[in-house]
Design a protein around this ligand. Structure first.
Ligand SMILES: *Cc1c(COP(=O)(O)O)cnc(C)c1O
Length: 356
């Protein structure tokens, strides 16, 4: 149990209009902060006014990127309760990331307590318009003021909160995804399975290239063979080939194990679909498309939940999927997951966790 000290803000901010939230543009009145020092452990958990952080310019995070982050959401249910979606999965992944980055782990009960406490304290910021939610961003940064390349001995753990809009203004919107043949984001043995800023820094140029051509995201291939599908931007990816639903297996350690991915697999299996986690070569997709067997493709992630892929572009080869429309499996997953997340339907798996 953390003994969380609370310092209320003296001046509450004006809340943005719910129709103009976008993603990650506004932040609530407070944030959670906790320090770490070697020999002392995690200490001084506190909820304080949202404010800038003061760090020494030599703080390790600025130079060697020793940091990690998580992303989950709080949803306002019709009965007014605030709900989290499988937060224990995020906390488990947070500690897996910490181990990979030589960052000290946080007791899972303490982490959940911290998330609930700060969300509850700023619960007036959870929007209630359809499709809106409160995005929760826990993160840890290395703060030792020195330039030697070592794991830091001091850290800051923070949780900031951002009210976010509906990802799609009018229902699900199929996206155009470009297969990236030049750059890679992660390799076997690297940090692809860890949720760290460095993976995103490595992805920016490929993402920019795709955006410049009018595509919304990149489909990454594995960094060793440059042949097998990894994931899409900040989403895991699924394909419906013939009557099999396939998604890349996680065993090489270069793919981020998404909570939405795991939930989709469980839902699909409970509905009786055949789901395979395996290697998917890019040629297999192209052949399946040529023979009319690539029925559907979609990305999964906390931000958009399900992102149907309407077009897959590989150089000059433009593969249109589902006639550029939303496939039936994407739609069913989206409807089911969102109604569980927003507390509008039965929660047969016990995925929702009340904040209070
Ligand atoms: C966060 C993330 C995902 C999606 O994970 P969820 O837990 O479903 O939100 C997928 N890929 C990458 C690279 C990510 O950072």
């Amino acid at each position: 149990m953390l003994n969380i000290r609370i310092e209320p803000t003296k001046q509450k901010k004006q809340k943005p209009e719910q129709s103009k939230l976008g993603f990650g543009q506004y932040f609530t009145d407070h944030m959670f902060v906790m320090n770490y020092a070697e020999g002392k452990g995690w200490y001084d958990p506190r909820i304080i006014p949202y404010q800038p952080v003061s760090l020494d310019p030599s703080a390790m995070v600025f130079h060697y990127a020793q940091e990690m982050f998580e992303g989950l959401k709080a949803y306002k249910a019709p009965n007014g309760e605030a709900l989290l979606f499988r937060p224990q999965k995020n906390i488990e992944r947070m500690n897996n990331t910490c181990r990979r980055m030589c960052i000290p782990e946080i007791d899972p009960d303490d982490a959940l307590q911290a998330i609930k406490a700060v969300v509850d304290y700023d619960s007036d910021w959870i929007p209630d318009a359809p499709g809106t939610s409160l995005y929760i961003r826990p993160f840890i940064i290395a703060t030792d003021p020195r330039l030697g390349v070592h794991a830091s001995k001091t850290y800051l753990f923070m949780i900031i909160l951002s009210p976010v809009g509906s990802y799609y203004a009018e229902g699900l919107n199929p996206v155009k995804i470009c297969i990236e043949r030049e750059y890679v984001r992660a390799v076997k043995g690297g940090t692809g399975a860890a949720k760290v800023g460095g993976n995103y820094a490595a992805s920016l140029l490929g993402q920019k290239k795709a955006e410049d051509k009018g595509y919304s995201q990149v489909l990454w291939l594995d960094g060793v063979h440059r042949r097998y599908i990894d994931e899409v931007g900040a989403m895991n990816v699924f394909f419906v080939i013939d009557n099999e639903i396939v998604t890349p297996a996680l065993d090489e350690g270069n793919i981020l194990p998404g909570v939405t991915r795991a939930s989709c697999i469980e839902l699909l299996k409970s509905w009786g679909y055949k789901v395979s986690e395996r290697k998917i070569a890019v040629e297999e997709l192209i052949e399946a498309n040529n023979s009319g067997k690539l029925n559907e493709a979609f990305g999964t992630g906390t931000a958009a939940v399900i992102s149907p892929i309407g077009e897959l572009i590989d150089g000059d080869n433009v593969m249109e999927l589902c006639g550029g429309k939303i496939g039936p499996i994407s739609q069913k997953l989206y409807d089911t997951l969102t109604s569980i997340q927003w507390g509008k339907a039965e929660d047969p798996f016990g995925w929702s966790v009340k904040v209070r």
